[in-house]
Design a protein around this ligand. Structure first.
Ligand SMILES: Cc1ncc(COP(=O)(O)O)c(C=O)c1O
Length: 375
């Protein structure tokens, strides 16, 4: 088939999808990424860090990406470890898999920990103990009652439903006299919290400047503005060693991740985004996203909507009694929305494409379907 015909066929399907630049995707942690990152992806799409011996250039790029990520999670000087993986799910699975191989047994997490944690305990056959929450954050009292030596505690820095930060410093203090593996899931918050701190919005610590934190998930393909698949797992010790497996036909003879072949165009792309934005560029982006979040909070309040919880980062939840019906109506009208059924909220992730204009359009649309709220 000639290329023009192929393009026409693909176009038909492309038009059926939603796209970030249309400003109608409200609940996703992805956005339109810079062209230079897409160029880098294509240029390096042959690279496969599952077989790193063939790709020393891409391997060096991975080291550079990891170095930047370590800065985001406040790693002190010294040796730390890390790899770019396919996303937050894989990073969480690898962290807990490594912990299990190191002799840790149960996993303690809240209901608002990402569903990849439930997936992980299922795959790894580890018992999951649910720790209660106080207003969307891990309860220290309940953690203290339930924890035992050789547990894994998963704390989240930027929970998926509400964008809240578990009290990680306090959790570290509570577990400090025990042999507990503390994993921090900062898949979303890792590229947000350091800048919110610099901008004066908050002052929590969440990373390797807390000595009890053993590993951190942080995803370039969320607020790092990199194309997927690009998550990352960072660790204090070389936990990857504990899941290493012989792979004689590969250049290094070893494999230490879930995937065999790893699409590594996204490693080059992540580095391109890091160079493109730099520290101050990311800070500007976070500033804009947070300002838009606060604008959304103000406008929804003015229109008599209830804000479910004061946002700590760029995720806003609006309480709507009949949320399932509202979701159906909005989807019918072409919106890509996300809800938290258990909180009965509309959940808006203020990624860079969710602007003040989008907020106004959404408010207008909500007026059109006012009868379906049940308020
Ligand atoms: C806190 C958190 N952890 C992990 C993940 C999973 O990431 P991925 O979808 O890249 O596998 C998400 C995704 O939204 C998340 O919000």
């Amino acid at each position: 088939m000639d290329e023009e015909r192929i393009k026409k066929i693909l176009d038909r399907y492309y038009r059926r999808d939603l796209h970030y630049e249309d400003g109608r995707i409200l609940g996703s942690m992805y956005t339109k990424v810079p062209d230079i990152a897409l160029e880098a992806f294509l240029r390096f799409h042959q690279a496969n860090l599952g077989n790193p011996g063939l790709y020393p250039g891409t391997r060096e790029l991975e080291r550079r990406v990891v170095k930047f990520l370590l800065r985001l999670v406040s790693a002190p000087k010294g040796r730390f470890y890390g790899h770019v993986l396919s996303g937050g799910t894989e990073a969480n699975i690898v962290a807990l898999w490594a912990a299990r191989e190191m002799g840790y047994r149960r996993v303690l997490a809240t209901k608002d920990a990402h569903f990849s944690i439930r997936k992980t305990v299922n795959i790894l056959n580890m018992p999951l103990v649910t720790v209660k929450m106080n207003r969307g954050k891990m309860s220290l009292g309940d953690l203290e009652r339930k924890m035992k030596d050789k547990d894994v505690v998963v704390a989240t820095a930027g929970t998926t439903p509400l964008g809240l930060i578990d009290p990680i410093e306090e959790i570290a203090r509570v577990i400090s006299s025990m042999d507990i593996f503390l994993h921090v899931d900062a898949a979303f918050g890792g590229f947000v919290i350091p800048f919110l701190r610099e901008l004066g919005y908050l002052n929590q610590r969440f990373g390797f400047d807390i000595k009890e934190v053993k590993s951190v998930t942080i995803d370039p393909h969320k607020m790092g503005m990199a194309p997927y698949p690009a998550g990352a797992l960072l660790s204090r010790e070389n936990i990857f060693q504990s899941i290493s497996i012989d792979a004689p036909y590969l250049s290094t003879g070893k494999n230490y991740s879930i995937l065999g072949t790893r699409q590594s165009g996204s490693v080059a792309a992540s580095y391109a985004s890091i160079l493109y934005f730099g520290w101050s560029g990311y800070r500007e982006l976070v500033k804009r996203c947070m300002e838009n979040t606060l604008y959304g909070m103000k406008r929804f309040s003015e229109e008599d909507f209830e804000i479910f919880v004061k946002p700590e980062m760029n995720i806003l939840n609006i309480k709507i009694p009949n949320i399932l019906r509202v979701k159906r109506e909005l989807v019918k009208r072409g919106w890509g929305i996300s809800i938290n059924p258990s909180y009965s909220t509309l959940r808006i992730v203020f990624m860079p494409h969710v602007t003040t204009v989008v907020v106004e359009k959404l408010l207008k649309e909500l007026k059109n379907i006012e009868k379906s709220y049940g308020r």
